[in-house]
Design a protein around this ligand. Structure first.
Ligand code: ATP
Ligand code: MG
Length: 332
């Protein structure tokens, strides 16, 4: 079986529809056909300041949501990144073969450091794509299901894998991104040209999987829409309505064309009202299952520890090869 790996950051109290439609729904599917490794990447969640108790809670809520979405520890390896120390160890080695200029070209750093200013941003935020490369390469992943925003980091990962091979010899599989066309970038409801983001969007811009129905309905109702009244799919000129149509289509399985035909002659308000209904029906069972997993945190932690142990066996084997190739003395 080809291997797949991906991660998600516990940077909010809930994951959002962009995470689900861009990445997580692929995770669930790929566990059926691939040897799948999925993780909550808590090391990545401390790059921009955090509260320890909140992080611990978000890591559990994140894992619970992944289980609620259908990840099955019998069919995939689900774990928490910090419980596998090899991630940080490999990141150091990869950091030493990454150019400073190369790292400076990562657009996510530019986007995310806008608020604090690049000078005030942490070095961790700057180097996080290198840690992400380590996350992927440790598992010899063939395929990495992510949203469009991660394409550049995947490219860096591939470059680093190839560079390591040419410097020291083979140690890694060169991974391919797996990006879904239609839903690779779900946009912010309040700013339909920016991606919906856990940490960068305002609350009104995000539909969280754990939003109560009245909250998500309100957000959808106040979503920024475009001038004109016609419901058509046109991402360049009507990004707001196009985003709503994309979400609607992805959650119901109806094609965008079908929706456009069905809403011919109707208004934005009708579409929003129906979409609110669709969303609340979609999230209801996820919310209930998430609550179920969180009701027994000891059991949840145990499951994650088992996942970490399985993951560590693979990660440790890769790191041993890397250390050997780099010229470190054999471990004791
Ligand atoms: P943060 O703002 O903290 O970076 P995020 O919303 O970008 O949070 P991540 O944890 O960084 O979420 O990413 C998890 C996965 O979700 C990644 O595969 C990413 O590409 C995907 N993803 C994130 N936002 C979107 C989006 N708006 N549309 C489609 N996919 C997305
Ligand atoms: Mg992100």
């Amino acid at each position: 079986r080809p291997r797949v790996l991906s991660g998600i950051q516990p940077t909010a109290d809930s994951f959002h529809l962009g995470n689900y439609l861009g990445a997580l729904r692929n995770w669930v599917q790929l566990q059926e056909t691939h040897d799948a490794y999925y993780m909550v990447v808590d090391l990545h969640a401390i790059t921009a300041g955090h509260d320890p108790a909140v992080l611990r809670q978000r890591t559990r809520v994140g894992a619970a949501q992944l289980l609620a979405l259908g990840l099955d520890p019998e069919r995939c390896t689900l774990f928490v990144q910090s419980q596998v120390p090899e991630h940080a160890q490999l990141a150091w080695v990869l950091g030493c073969i990454t150019g400073f200029g190369e790292a400076s070209r990562m657009t996510q750093f530019k986007d995310k450091s806008v608020k604090q200013g690049a000078d005030r941003s942490s070095v961790g935020l700057f180097t996080y794509p290198i840690l992400q490369a380590a996350d992927i390469l440790l598992y010899q992943a063939n395929l990495v299901p992510v949203g469009e925003d991660q394409r550049q980091h995947l490219e860096l990962t591939r470059d680093l894998a190839q560079r390591f091979t040419s410097l020291f010899g083979p140690a890694f599989t060169v991974p391919e991104p797996y990006i879904l066309k239609g839903t690779a970038k779900i946009t912010d409801l309040q700013d339909p040209t920016a991606k919906m983001s856990k940490s960068a969007s305002t609350p009104a811009g995000i539909i969280e999987l754990l939003d109560p129905p009245n909250v998500s309905a309100k957000k959808i109702k106040s979503a920024v829409t475009d001038t004109g009244r016609e419901i058509i799919f046109d991402q360049a000129n009507k990004p707001g309505i196009s985003n709503l149509l994309t979400i609607y289509s992805a959650l119901t399985g109806r094609t965008v064309d079908d929706l456009v035909a069905a809403y011919d002659g109707k208004g934005y308000g009708d579409l929003k009202k129906d979409l609110a209904e669709v969303v609340s029906e979609f999230v209801a069972p996820i919310q209930e299952a998430t609550r179920g997993y969180l009701a027994d945190p000891a059991q949840l932690d145990k499951q994650l520890a088992v996942g970490a142990e399985k993951a560590r066996a693979v990660a440790a084997a890769t790191l041993r090869t890397v250390y050997e190739r780099v010229g470190f003395l054999a471990g004791v």
